[in-house]
Design a binder for this molecule. Structure first.
Ligand SMILES: [Zn+2]
Length: 380
């Protein structure tokens, strides 16, 4: 019989990161850690998370979750008292009846070999490039832009290779800095530029569709998403990188301000999708990075920026601070705010298109020329 206060002491001392870390090497991911899930046949990083803050592990694939004691009972097949004794030994806390208890060596864990990165063929992107009936693209065309902004619409839609699926969804191709097509995100928009969240099948990923259709075996490929717009990184070698949450906003801002050679817009694709891992190509190139959080995401991105801890990373809230109005709503982002201003005929300063960036940059790098040719990219 182990005393309650001993159990409490041990539970207070036990760290889930330490315990899981005894068996697996953990990789940092945002505020959490991850490894392959030991409780199901896991071949993709990302579903098994270890949270130091909550002191629990959770697998979003198989649903296993719990604290340090649960992990040991399940993973090492220990009774509750033995799990407590195991932790007592680890943390140097004496437990009654532990004299005969020895930590059994656990079965050796053989990690699965890493899966190859899913790479989709450029032809797949090309097949989606008829955007004449795309609601989001047509909404972007309908805005009261000034002349310089209007002249940029097609260039921007081409540069980002915006697509349109057969079933009427806008396709945001997810392409990395080397031109590898990782996957595509599909979302349905209404003619007014808002998401159509009510109709069936209004959201999806290209890779999931391909896996479902049996065109690729989902168990054999690793899908790694990048920031939206990452393929333009090496085409604008000296650009400051501006990151917003939504793909639509990245397109809107590129049209609004232009000058992609100096100011490149990328999207995280979600509030929680910002991590050092995602920013890696930008950090390696020592780029200046500006984060433009949604109105309701300012605190979260400020926290995240602290964790990412990169000296050239800044959170920009000036547009929000100066122009946000309650009528824009808590979830408004800078594009929503600027859209209201533009439609209301208030002027927003727009910078001129800066040179033929693609042409300039391609001179430096023939691989980029290939990328441009492959996708029939027009000059930015
Ligand atoms: Zn699992």
């Amino acid at each position: 019989m182990i005393e309650d206060f001993t159990i409490k002491r041990i539970k207070d001392a036990a760290s889930i990161v330490d315990v899981v870390g005894e068996f697996y090497s953990l990789r940092k991911s945002g505020t959490e850690y991850e490894c392959l899930c030991p409780f199901h046949q896991d071949r993709h990083m990302g579903s098994f998370k270890v949270s130091p803050r909550k002191n629990i592990y959770t697998c979003f694939s198989c649903g296993e979750t719990g604290g340090p004691v649960d992990f040991l009972m399940k993973h090492e097949n220990l009774t509750f008292p033995d799990a407590i004794r195991w932790l007592g030994k680890k943390y140097g806390i004496e437990v009654e009846g532990s004299e005969q208890f020895t930590v059994k060596p656990s079965a050796p864990h053989t990690p699965s070999p890493p899966l190859p990165l899913l790479q989709l063929p450029p032809a797949m992107v090309k097949r989606t490039r008829d955007i004449s009936n795309d609601n989001l693209c047509n909404w972007l065309r309908s805005i009261k832009w000034d002349g310089a902004q209007r002249a940029r619409i097609d260039k921007v839609l081409n540069a980002y290779m915006v697509g349109h699926s057969k079933d009427g969804l806008t396709v945001f191709w997810n392409i990395d800095e080397g031109g590898i097509i990782r996957t595509g995100k599909m979302m349905k928009y209404k003619p007014d530029g808002h998401r159509d969240k009510d109709s069936i099948g209004n959201f999806g990923w290209i890779h999931s569709r391909l896996f479902k259709a049996g065109k690729f075996d989902g168990e054999q490929w690793d899908v790694k998403k990048t920031l939206y717009g990452m393929h333009l990184l090496n085409l604008a070698k000296h650009a400051t990188i501006n990151i917003v949450e939504s793909e639509k906003t990245a397109l809107f801002m590129s049209i609004c301000y232009g000058g992609m050679a100096r100011n490149l817009w990328m999207a995280s694709g979600g509030k929680s999708n910002l991590s050092r891992e995602k920013l890696k190509p930008l950090i390696e190139q020592r780029r200046d990075i500006f984060l433009y959080p949604d109105h309701d995401g300012i605190e979260e991105w400020k926290e995240q920026a602290k964790l990412i801890n990169y000296p050239n990373l800044y959170v920009k809230t000036d547009i929000d601070k100066e122009y946000w109005r309650p009528e824009d709503g808590e979830k408004a982002d800078i594009a929503d705010i600027l859209f209201r201003i533009i439609q209301g005929n208030e002027r927003v300063e727009s910078t001129k298109v800066v040179g033929d960036v693609l042409e300039e940059m391609a001179k430096e790098n023939t691989a980029l020329q290939q990328l441009i040719d492959t996708f029939e990219l027009e000059k930015i």
